[in-house]
Write a protein that binds this ligand. Structure first.
Ligand SMILES: Cc1ncc(COP(=O)(O)O)c(C=O)c1O
Length: 402
């Protein structure tokens, strides 16, 4: 399911970013409305064909200016905490708000219930502590299960099924702690085990869910299959996904939810940056950009992965090789090695693709780096500024200034 650089930048429809983005102050993010709509339509059609409900996992993308556009395509939002839940309620409020958190706080649980329609607990202990309150407020209550079925390679920190995981209730824990009264609280079960994966891995996971928890599913109203489904990616096996959804619906009579984050905003954003300097130390010249991996695309270091760059090849042997790096003091603020069709010099634009997800909601101001502004590229290819950040945004997070 490898995707080409041309596919990543297909939203530009052949327009030269040097011209299209020439006036933008860098670094900045640009969210591509047309690409977002394309993803939204794909998910809406899936929901229509299968009868499943698709939610936006806001942890990946929470640029709420686009929620009206997504509102027509999705059944609601999924939140990981209080503020995301409030944002979903405020900005896509006519739709469902689902919340999952590894552990809820006593002091904000009532407020959380003001926003949530579905509330998913991570453990029998949490269900015991908060289940009655949630039920009394008329919420649909779920428990996250851990089917103990690892299907990922390479990204250990993204595998909730890894041995010793804190995410989800294993069958062993269920047997130890789930009393009949606690099971009676449950309207649904939730699992999230995938990360950028295809539907065959979901099908395998569902087999493990059935093996370990199948006996409880006929008592449930819904089954939430989490996120990590790369549904909108070229080559994704939609037929297998649809078969898997139908299997759950027909076998247990449950309503099926999916809560993708990445798939909603896949390839729907760019990070526009410029070269500040080129320095030599060894075989590969290093282009220092005004964008930082550590601050502006943290998953590049955390996951880690190498983001696609417009008109550049990830194979440094195919042109003029450069190591792209950020301006911070972190020695490892390195984005990756690429080759360009021409030599790079100060002021040249470097355009990163697939930058709508896990960026604007995850960036930081380490080293006093400015937060990049966020722009919209609308369907008419007009650029509209959505946010503007400055020194005050950096300072406000650090103190009161007595
Ligand atoms: C519980 C849950 N749901 C949904 C998601 C969204 O995953 P993705 O953005 O990979 O689709 C995540 C991601 O970590 C998650 O933990």
């Amino acid at each position: 399911m490898e995707i080409t650089t041309a596919q990543v930048f297909s939203g530009l429809a052949g327009q030269d970013p040097d011209v299209l983005f020439s006036a933008l102050p860098t670094p900045c993010y640009v969210i591509d409305e047309k690409q977002l709509e394309r993803n939204g339509t794909c998910l809406a059609e899936l929901a229509k064909r299968t009868g499943c409900k698709v939610l936006l996992a806001q942890k990946a993308f929470s640029n709420f200016d686009f929620y009206p556009l997504l509102d027509g395509c999705l059944a609601g939002t999924e939140a990981s905490g209080l503020y995301e839940a409030r944002l979903g309620k405020e900005e896509m409020g006519g739709r469902e708000v689902h919340v999952f958190c590894a552990a809820y706080r006593e002091d904000s649980f009532e407020e959380l219930l003001d926003y949530a329609d579905h509330i998913v607990f991570n453990s029998p202990g949490q269900l015991r502590r908060f289940g009655t309150k949630a039920k009394q407020r008329g919420k649909s209550v779920g428990l996250r299960i851990n089917p103990e079925c690892s299907t990922q390679e390479g990204h250990g920190i993204y595998d909730p099924c890894a041995p010793g995981s804190r995410l989800g209730t294993t069958r062993e824990l269920w047997d130890r702690e789930m009393t009949e009264e606690l099971v009676g609280f449950l309207d649904g079960l939730h699992f999230h085990t995938l990360c950028e994966q295809n539907a065959d891995d979901l099908a395998r996971t569902l087999e493990a869910v059935e093996k370990r928890f199948g006996e409880f599913l006929p008592r449930m109203k819904w089954l939430n299959m989490g996120g990590g489904h790369h549904i909108t990616k070229v080559g994704y096996d939609l037929a297998c996904l649809e078969k898997t959804i139908a299997y759950a619906q027909n076998t247990w009579g449950v309503e099926v939810y999916l809560e993708p984050g990445e798939a909603v905003a896949l390839n729907a954003g760019y990070l526009v940056s410029r070269v500040l300097d080129v320095i030599e130390n060894g075989a590969v010249p290093i282009a220092i950009l005004d964008a930082s991996a550590a601050c502006h695309m943290p998953d590049v270091l955390e996951m880690p992965y190498q983001p696609p760059v417009y008109c550049a090849d990830a194979d440094p042997a195919r042109g003029y090789p450069y190591r792209l790096a950020g301006p911070t003091c972190l020695a490892g603020d390195v984005i990756g090695d690429y080759s360009f069709p021409r030599r790079l010099k100060g002021g040249d634009m470097v355009l990163f693709g697939d930058m709508a997800i896990y960026t604007t909601c995850k960036n930081n101001t380490f080293n006093g780096m400015p937060l990049p502004d966020i722009w919209k590229l609308d369907k008419e290819k007009q650029l509209v500024r959505l946010t503007q950040f400055g020194y005050e945004d950096f300072k406000r997070r650090l103190g009161k200034g007595i």
